[in-house]
Design a protein around this ligand. Structure first.
Ligand code: ACO
Length: 326
């Protein structure tokens, strides 16, 4: 069902420090060519010591509010998608308010891994059908804090960053034409952070075992990511009554080039519509889609009336896709 809304503005925040594949060669037994061949990634951004997820989120949100011509206090709700919250509680969305000295807008996190931004978009679309008039959806991560920097199979993949979008009801010409979302919690252990929560609270032993870092079966993630991202996109396109060749721009979750390309091919969207930033930022989990959206807009790749498809897959497993008329 068509849900009228408009993305009034987008913005991004990326830490200035660049970690290249050559830098990683000096840290673990890897090579630039292995990383580029398997993932497409050349470099990623790493937050400075002391910079938390809410700091990047606040920077992106402020810039997006400025671009939209509103004050953060005018928002009805702030939704932050993240897997790397500042603290287990309160939410990163509330820490973001703390940082901005903000009081009033409802604020909460969505824990859906790399699907967090599109989960947030789906929730925001529902809220805009009610009384809400201005909603911020933010994807923000400091993945570098949960990466095991001794594990070459995971540490080369991730990066830090944040992206924000300000949504309003629009004039009825733009909106979500179709969407799909879902999850399969049976596969939770394929990609997870074993310790630090109520199942295995932080102890000297969990810290010594590096159980607070990303644990992942890469091959299993790869297969499920391709299947779920293409199926979600296909379902959203069918609901939108849009053919794959009518999509002007495809912004998939930017995990790696091979996953994005395989998901695109299975969905049948022409190759020249795929928008990729993974080469420069790596996998920023929930932040990849809003950062990519912002760069695509800046480059003039999205204009009013365009059909924009987004699809994502993440820990949980979770998946989500959305087809918008801009
Ligand atoms: N440098 C050099 N060699 C490496 C590295 C590295 N960084 N990492 C692993 N290897 C080695 C392995 O040890 C293995 O060596 P062996 O054959 O001697 O045992 C060999 O490379 C092949 O390992 P595989 O794991 O089979 O490599 P694969 O081709 O599957 O690529 C990768 C691994 C890139 C992780 C892939 O599985 C993948 O992209 N998975 C998806 C993971 C992902 O994107 N997760 C992000 C979170 S979820 C999401 O965002 C959707």
């Amino acid at each position: 069902m068509f849900c009228p809304l408009k993305i009034l503005a987008t913005a991004r925040a990326l830490p200035p420090r660049v970690l290249t594949n050559a830098d990683l060669e000096a840290m673990v037994d890897t090579s630039d060519s292995w990383i580029r061949d398997r993932t497409g990634i050349r470099e990623r951004r790493i937050a400075a010591d002391g910079v938390a997820t809410s700091d990047l989120a606040a920077e992106a949100l402020l810039a997006a509010c400025t671009a939209a011509g509103i004050a953060p206090g005018e928002l009805d709700a702030i939704i932050v998608g993240t897997s790397t919250p500042d603290t287990l509680f309160p939410s990163t969305a509330c820490w973001l308010q703390h940082r901005l000295g903000l009081r009033g807008p409802a604020a909460f996190d969505v824990s859906a891994g790399c699907s967090g931004f599109l989960y947030g978009l789906e929730i925001a679309a529902g809220l805009l059908r009610g009384n809400a008039r201005r909603i911020a959806v933010v994807g923000a991560e400091v993945m570098s804090r949960v990466v095991n920097w001794q594990d070459r199979s995971t540490c080369v993949l991730f990066g830090d960053g944040a992206g924000a979008a300000i949504l309003g009801p629009g004039d009825g010409s733009s909106g979500v034409l179709g969407s799909a979302w879902g999850a399969d919690g049976n596969l939770a252990r394929v990609l997870y952070q074993p310790a630090g929560g109520s199942r295995a609270p932080a102890t000297l032993a969990t810290v010594a075992a590096l159980a607070h870092t990303v644990h992942m079966e890469g091959n299993t993630v790869f297969k499920h990511a391709v299947t779920a991202m293409s199926e979600a996109a296909t379902q959203a396109l069918a609901r939108a009554e849009i053919r794959p060749d009518q999509v002007d721009l495809l912004i998939p979750h930017q995990a790696n080039t091979r996953i994005m390309e395989a998901a695109r091919a299975r969905t049948g969207i022409p190759a020249d519509r795929l928008f990729s930033i993974v080469e420069r930022y790596g996998n920023m989990s929930a932040a990849t889609i809003p950062v990519a959206l912002d760069e695509a807009r800046e480059q003039g790749r999205i204009k009013d009336g365009d059909i924009v498809a987004m699809t994502a897959f993440g820990t949980g497993f979770t998946w989500a896709a959305s087809v918008l008329r801009w």
